[in-house]
Design a protein around this ligand. Structure first.
Ligand code: PLP
Length: 294
């Protein structure tokens, strides 16, 4: 069984300097029920989360994940998370991680209806074995996201740039991809703009240039893509955010889906049309992503 550790945070804890946050973290039995039946907000998906990769006990890109947690909280009108408390909870969970790859999840929900405070917890478990997709790449299908790229600005209540607990449609897209014989999907806005995967960011290569869809179109700004672009820029490559048509994926010299736990997987085919795949370069990207990153 996957190894697990869980901590409950007290989101009502004071953030006065000198607060002992260790005292606000309660280890809980990950196998035992922890949510109250009254926790309707979690049942409705009214909350936010983060998934952080951990390699040999080192939690990756904690600062970027905490920034995005705070950004998601702002978009969802949740109380501003106390980032020092969350950072200590992440460190405590990471200290329990065995060698190898693990995943730490941060969850913040609106809490019990009419209750005094949100509910917040952190879990750690061993990561799934992603060696096959990292090595072999994945076939993808393009799927209509069902809204145009102007929807995020027109309808901010869709919370499109937030990492909310409402992932039912993202999971449905993955099942649809499997039904169509692919391992993953790439969302395309209804006006033909390339977006992201259901659980990953899209990176395209054209010669020496790496591009990713601009975050404004209703996608999550990925921490892995940010980190990878900094690394590629250090190595002298050009990087850019652009509004891209769906055809850009088929025209790319190579393309990857990147995310915190699975890391970089090359796209080998799009809607059954083969895409050039570079296993050596993908291995290099994953060697960087597996190195300690802050
Ligand atoms: N886009 C979506 C919709 C995601 O769910 C994720 C990660 O789960 C990403 C992009 C990639 O984000 P990150 O690199 O921070 O894991």
């Amino acid at each position: 069984m996957a190894w697990r550790h869980a901590l409950l945070l007290d989101p009502a804890a004071s953030d006065d300097p000198g607060t002992d946050f260790a005292a606000t973290l309660t280890p809980i039995d990950p196998a035992a029920p922890a949510l109250s039946v009254g926790e309707l907000s979690t049942q409705r998906g009214d909350g936010i989360f983060e998934s952080i990769g951990v390699v040999d006990g080192h939690p990756q890109e904690v600062g970027a994940h905490l920034e995005r947690l705070a950004h998601s909280a702002r978009l969802c009108d949740l109380p501003v998370p106390n980032l020092t408390q969350w950072a200590q909870a992440i460190a405590a969970a990471a200290a329990e991680c065995p060698p190898g790859e693990c995943v730490i999840k941060l969850i913040l929900s609106r809490g019990v209806e009419h209750g005094p405070a949100p509910t917040a917890w952190v879990t750690a478990s061993s990561a799934p074995d992603n060696s096959v997709p990292r090595h072999d790449g994945v076939r993808v299908v393009t799927l209509d996201r069902g809204f145009d790229s102007g929807a995020p600005a027109r309808a901010p209540w869709l919370l499109l740039g937030a990492k909310t607990l409402s992932y039912a449609t993202n999971m449905a897209a993955l099942r649809e991809a499997h039904r169509r014989g692919a391992a993953d999907a790439v969302f395309v806005a209804s006006d033909g703009v390339l977006l992201e995967g259901p659980t990953s960011s899209l990176v395209l290569r054209s010669g020496d240039r790496f591009v990713t869809p601009a975050p404004g179109a209703g996608i999550l700004h990925g921490t892995t893509q940010l980190s990878l672009f900094a690394h590629l820029a250090d190595r002298g490559h050009e990087t850019a955010y652009e509004t891209l048509p769906a055809s850009a994926l088929l025209d790319a010299d190579a393309a990857w889906l990147v995310s915190s736990v699975r890391l970089a997987v090359g796209i080998t085919a799009v809607d059954d049309a083969p895409l050039p795949y570079d296993p050596d370069f993908t291995r290099e990207l994953n060697a960087y992503l597996l190195s300690p990153r802050d």
